[in-house]
Ligand binder design. Structure first.
Ligand code: NI
Length: 167
């Protein structure tokens, strides 16, 4: 397994729309393993392939404290959503920034698992938020885009300054 480097907002590559996975093969399973290792090391509760500059529809999520409930989703689609709730979100691509975002409270997701087998999942609470957040990444969307223009500008300036300081 390998640690992958994570793109940081406002990197333009985070706006790339990911392509569907045609075949779930060893390459995809290695990507899932590397993404999981990268997510746990960060640490984070979710990671999209877009964030490691691989533009394929793959996300990994693990909201457990024990870090042993890895959920990979390949070609995920939200087929139903219900309710609305506001929750504070963060993102490994937007380090140090936490802001409230309103999303569906419950979602039904269809995806393929790491063996390429289709499954359907009903999620609520943090898991539902996490899945919506990661699927947004695959569509080229970062959570700060839900915030006001003013907040987005402030976050961009803050992160660009941080990147200059660490270069
Ligand atoms: Ni994120």
């Amino acid at each position: 397994m390998a640690l992958l480097s994570i793109l940081h907002y406002p990197d333009q590559r985070l706006q790339t729309v990911a392509a569907p996975v045609k075949e779930v093969n060893a390459e995809i399973r290695k990507l899932i393993d590397d993404m999981a290792q990268t997510m746990y090391a960060a640490p984070g509760v979710g990671l999209a392939a877009t964030q490691v500059n691989v533009h394929k529809q793959v996300i990994v999520v693990d909201i457990s404290e024990s870090h042993d409930k890895l959920m990979p989703f390949i070609n995920p689609r939200i087929i139903a959503r219900d309710g609305a709730g506001e929750r504070e979100e963060g993102c490994l691509s937007v380090p140090g920034i936490y802001e409230k975002v309103t999303r569906a409270e419950r979602v039904t997701v269809e995806a393929l698992d790491r063996d390429g087998k289709p499954f359907t999942l009903h999620a609520d609470g943090l898991l539902a938020v996490c899945i919506q957040h990661e699927i947004d990444h695959l569509q080229g969307k970062v959570f700060v885009e839900y915030l006001s223009r003013l907040k987005q500008t402030r976050i961009k300036i803050k992160l660009q300054k941080l990147q200059r300081e660490t270069m």
